[in-house]
Write a protein that binds this ligand. Structure first.
Ligand SMILES: Cc1ncc(COP(=O)(O)O)c(C=O)c1O
Length: 406
């Protein structure tokens, strides 16, 4: 059996492609395209190997799945059953996490926008930490915790050193002194943790290094104003597991450990918040070619509406109808949004023959595709969850209204 896209769950045998143990025909002969497929076994394998590597290298490691990567309840449920916490940014995600059985002391909540109802729900449920991106939010949380007669742990997200980034708190002498003064008056919060998330699709150890250095500097600044940070959170940012194979992950995590040890950084717990690594390569689209042109453009029946550039996925394309033909002829691939901007790939190596009706497999779409999908007014795809030989529809556009959270 030949593997494709570096994914052990995608195999070709005698002209047939198998996703886990389900053949492509079983899928596209039964469901109209476009189809979105997720592989439960791949998600479980990614979670297990991520945890195994981090637990081996770090003593006090805690892991929180970043819901924004893929908030489909069925997907989050799989991850919950692998004994991972949750990192959520909104009230809708928080409600979902609690409903799925994530224990509040394994849920961290935060983002650039913390409305009152979200803070109240966090404090009422005693979530592990609220992450603030904006110093003004600390006073709000303290007041709400006071009203509810509770004490809430807080994590501060600091701005990373990545060029042009704006998310998080940028400490300077002035705001540090203000925080010092105000913190003495806050009786219902405790700042315990600091977070710096650098970027996405990080495969360069220098990026992790810059991130740790930024944490070290910020922890020092906070210590100088009397705030002792207990835990550090390095966020997510790992590529799809097919891109960062286990040996590479071990190398990267060992280097992060060494950088931390070399900086003499002391902490009680270290947190990571992976999203893409868990789910990115577990998701696939099956689409159809609806038009071809003389100059080797093909148009698929999906585009950036549900396979958006914003998701920054490592897209790979395969002609399922001609899977054994060489994929070495430059082809450009467009979508169905009526604008010339809807390009999925340019000069991509694809089959020489291109025919309307050919089925096309797009890999690595499990993370952020739905999150960033823009609902250009086409029908949503059917979503299938595959495990071993079973196929379970988890969203059907003909009966379910929408897959967003509500
Ligand atoms: C604070 C934070 N944590 C975790 C993540 C998840 O990142 P990834 O899916 O790249 O692992 C993100 C993504 O933007 C983030 O902003």
């Amino acid at each position: 059996m030949k593997k494709i896209a570096g994914n052990p769950y995608l195999k070709i045998e005698n002209d047939h492609i198998f996703l886990d143990n389900v053949s492509g025909e079983e899928i596209f002969n039964h469901y109209d395209t476009p189809i979105l497929v997720f592989l439960e076994n791949r998600i479980r394998e990614n979670v297990t190997s991520f945890k195994e590597v981090f637990q081996r290298i770090f003593e006090n490691f805690e892991c929180f799945y970043s819901f924004k990567a893929n908030y489909l309840p069925e997907i989050c449920k799989i991850i919950q059953s692998e004994d991972v916490g949750a990192e959520v940014i909104s009230l809708l995600e928080l409600k979902l996490a609690l409903k799925l059985g994530f224990s509040p002391n394994r849920v961290i909540v935060g983002g650039p926008y913390l409305p009152k109802d979200l803070i109240e729900k966090c404090v009422q449920n005693s979530v592990k930490e609220i992450i603030v991106y904006n110093l003004n939010d600390i006073a709000k949380i303290n007041q709400i915790a006071k009203n509810l007669n509770k004490t809430q742990n807080i994590c501060i997200r600091v701005i990373s050193k990545k060029f042009n980034t704006r998310l998080g708190i940028d400490f300077n002498e002035r705001n540090l002194q203000e925080l010092k003064k105000e913190y003495q008056t806050y009786k219902n919060i405790k700042i315990t943790t600091i977070l710096s998330h650098y970027s996405t699709q990080m495969n360069n150890i220098e990026h992790f290094k810059t991130n740790v250095q930024s944490l070290v500097q910020n922890i020092r600044n906070l210590k100088n104003i009397g705030i002792e940070i207990e835990n550090i959170n390095l966020g997510g940012g790992f590529p799809e597991a097919v891109i960062m194979k286990k040996e590479r992950l071990i190398q990267v995590v060992s280097s992060i450990k060494k950088i931390i040890d070399d900086s003499n950084l002391k902490y009680k717990k270290i947190y990571f918040e992976p999203g893409r690594y868990f789910v990115g390569d577990s998701g696939f689209f099956i689409a159809e070619i609806i038009k071809t042109t003389e100059n080797r453009w093909i148009f698929l029946n999906l585009g950036n509406n549900i396979c958006p550039k914003f998701a920054r996925n490592t897209l790979r394309f395969y002609n399922l109808s001609k899977i054994n033909q060489a994929h070495k002829f430059k082809t450009s691939i467009a979508g169905i949004i009526p604008t010339d901007q809807d390009v999925l790939a340019k000069n991509y190596y694809f089959t020489e023959n291109l025919d309307e009706g050919d089925y096309v497999l797009i890999t690595n779409v499990g993370a952020y595709s739905l999150t960033f999908s823009n609902r250009f007014p086409y029908s949503l795809p059917i979503i299938l969850l595959l495990k071993d030989r079973s196929i379970k529809p988890i969203f059907d556009p003909s009966s379910d209204m929408d897959f967003s959270l509500h």
